[in-house]
Design a binder for this molecule. Structure first.
Ligand SMILES: Nc1ncnc2c1ncn2[C@@H]1O[C@H](COP(=O)(O)OP(=O)(O)OP(=O)(O)O)[C@@H](O)[C@H]1O
Ligand SMILES: [Mg+2]
Length: 246
């Protein structure tokens, strides 16, 4: 289970998170909605120790990771796989090596096992094996996003954190990625937090939704509740982003 308790975070005099409270139960897919600059990426960076909160707690399986040392974070990072907003691949390595990177770093798998796991991850994200020897700089944006996803999936994390997984993709590819997020959540028995503006994707797969607004979750509920609430912020959000607006 992932839990935020009264989490605040400022940069200089800019208060980005003003008291975030959230519980994401095991097995669920939770969507974080919010305008640009609302603090969505900051929220997930707090979970993997890329940032630390000014106050409050961030709990992963009941452990407050917000005060972890760099060493202690290694175990959290194995549990929590992050799929970044922009694919952050190693241009100089080919697709195979990018996906294999995290496995190699663990140092506990034989080459055949690595090969099998990488192929399996590429298959999961529907990338042809023929791409394995290609350098990532030569791939399309959509292909790069899939490689980024494969690189995270290959480590079989229990928690998956997706930052805008469908933004910038055509509707067909966005739909495939959405389906994949659901499949992976079920197959791995994982729990997912998805930061997204994509209301179509949300409607398809979210168990629960939160609208991050002015530093807090202004709305928390099911997709149905979100689509029906007359909360003015939610209404504005629905209006501006209806149709998967990017
Ligand atoms: N390391 C940092 N140093 C200074 N300011 C930061 C830092 N990280 C984030 N911010 C600021 O915090 C605010 C929230 O950023 P964040 O990246 O979480 O937004 P977001 O909700 O993910 O937006 P988007 O939808 O555009 O990705 C922004 O104003 C951003 O400039
Ligand atoms: Mg962001």
């Amino acid at each position: 289970m992932i839990e935020y308790r009264g989490v605040t975070k400022s940069f200089g005099d800019k208060e980005v998170l003003k008291g975030v409270d959230l519980v994401v139960p095991e097995g669920q897919i939770f969507f974080v909605l919010g305008k640009t600059g609302a603090g969505k990426t900051v929220m997930i960076r707090l979970l993997v120790g890329l940032l630390s909160p000014d106050a409050g707690q961030v709990l992963v399986d009941g452990e407050d990771v917000s005060r972890f040392t760099e060493d202690e974070f290694q175990s959290v990072r194995r549990k929590c796989g992050m799929v970044f907003q922009l694919p952050t691949l190693f241009d100089s390595m080919n697709v195979f090596e990018n996906v294999a990177f995290g496995l190699r770093r663990l140092g506990r798998y034989r080459e055949e096992e690595i090969e099998e796991k990488v192929c399996d991850a590429l298959e999961k994200v529907e990338l042809s094996r023929e791409l394995a020897p290609r350098r990532t700089g030569e791939l399309s944006f959509g292909e790069q996003k899939r490689v980024g996803l494969a690189r995270t999936l290959v480590l079989s994390p229990r928690y998956l954190l997706y930052d805008e997984p469908t933004t910038g993709l055509d509707p067909f590819t966005a739909g495939r990625i959405t389906a994949l997020i659901r499949e992976v959540n079920h197959k791995l028995g994982a729990t997912s937090i998805v930061v997204s503006h994509d209301l179509e994707s949300m409607a398809e797969i979210a168990d629960r939704v939160g609208l991050l607004w002015d530093g807090r979750f202004r709305f928390l509920g099911t997709v149905d509740e979100f689509m029906r609430t007359d909360d003015p912020a939610a209404v504005e959000f629905r209006r501006s982003f209806a149709g998967g607006g990017k």
